[in-house]
Design a protein around this ligand. Structure first.
Ligand SMILES: NC(=O)c1ccc[n+]([C@@H]2O[C@H](COP(=O)([O-])OP(=O)(O)OC[C@H]3O[C@@H](n4cnc5c(N)ncnc54)[C@H](OP(=O)(O)O)[C@@H]3O)[C@@H](O)[C@H]2O)c1
Length: 307
């Protein structure tokens, strides 16, 4: 049973609604809201207390793109948690391509690298008991209806994955959504490798599906943002099974940590031509996801930035 849960990026969107839904379960005793902005975190905590009638939320200040901040947060965590939900992330904003001091792009650090350190530090400190869930995205296996191809690598070598992490893989004009897809692809591969290395625990990558009512698309610029956020998402995509509400997106994370039938190491998300509805193993659509050599190469590439 997952009584104590830590959620990164829990001040808005899917992370916050996951916290709300978990707090509605009697067995939940504590929810750590790991957020980079303390003011936003305090406002979220108050709102969650009001909505759920429970005082079980604690704030942990953590900027996932900053390794020192992640390590300090783990030290400050007063007790072991049962479940970790790695939800923070997104398209990376205007500083997406900027390199961190480890040499990773900001978009990679805020979605993946900080979460890698978080998971490892929690395990090392004996502070993670049952399950780690990562917020994946169907973009990592391609979304035909949105014109997104599955990631196309020449060799899937460690060096090629490294070039995705430091951004040199991409051309100057590569779209944010494309970079995001490759970043989430590496995360899913890393999670599968972790599942094989730590078989006393469970590692699930779960896409929330295309979820409205969040800020994730705010980083797309210009007309494309207008088209997706204000025309496609509210009016056209729901009719095509291409978007669902916040509650459904967050429920996938709640079920992801609680459903024992889900297999460790698997990346779950929507069926092929929709971004909502029942979840299935995404490696059915992109078999690279289940290739252990590719998983290990991605895993190795990630740790090159942490030496
Ligand atoms: N919405 C979708 O359709 C969709 C689909 C597939 C996957 N996902 C994934 O689901 C997760 C949640 O998305 P969302 O739609 O709820 O997005 P959102 O509304 O933009 O929320 C993202 C959260 O992550 C936090 N965050 C970003 N960078 C951070 C950092 N460096 N350190 C700490 N926190 C950070 C944000 O904090 P601030 O408020 O301080 O910026 C915010 O709390 C993301 O990983 C996203 O990629 C979303």
């Amino acid at each position: 049973m997952n009584k104590k849960i830590l959620i990164t990026g829990a001040n808005v969107g899917i992370g916050k609604d996951t916290a709300r839904q978990l707090a509605m379960k009697n067995e939940t005793e504590k929810i750590y809201l790991a957020c980079r902005n303390e003011t936003k975190a305090i406002a979220a905590k108050k709102d969650l207390e009001k909505k759920t009638g429970r005082s079980i939320f604690e704030i942990i200040v953590m900027d996932v793109s900053d390794i020192d901040s992640v390590k300090t947060a783990v030290l400050n965590l007063p007790e072991p948690i049962d479940a970790l939900i790695m939800n923070a992330g997104g398209l990376g904003g205007k500083t997406r391509d900027r390199l961190t001091k480890e040499g990773a792009t900001q978009i990679f650090a805020s979605n993946v690298l900080g979460h890698v350190v978080l998971t490892d530090e929690l395990i090392k400190a004996g502070k993670l008991k049952n399950i780690a869930l990562f917020a994946g995205s169907e973009s990592a296996r391609g979304i035909k209806k949105m014109g997104l191809k599955p990631p196309e690598l020449k060799t899937s070598s460690t060096n090629e994955f490294k070039s995705i992490i430091d951004g040199t893989f991409f051309g100057y004009k590569t779209e944010a959504l494309v970079i995001y897809a490759y970043v989430k692809y590496i995360a899913a591969l890393w999670m599968s490798a972790m599942a094989r290395k730590h078989n006393h625990m469970r590692f699930i990558t779960m896409s929330p599906g295309s979820t409205s009512g969040t800020a994730v698309l705010d980083d797309i610029s210009g007309f494309k943002k207008f088209r997706i956020k204000y025309i496609m998402m509210p009016f056209i995509m729901p009719l095509m099974g291409m978007v669902h509400g916040l509650e459904k997106g967050a429920k996938r994370f709640v079920d992801g940590i609680n459903n024992k039938k889900l297999k460790s190491g698997v990346f779950y998300g929507s069926k092929l031509n929709v971004l909502t509805g029942p979840i299935v193993d995404q490696s059915e659509f992109f078999t690279n996801l289940r290739n252990t050599t590719i998983q290990d190469n991605a895993y190795e590439a990630v740790y090159k930035f942490l030496k």
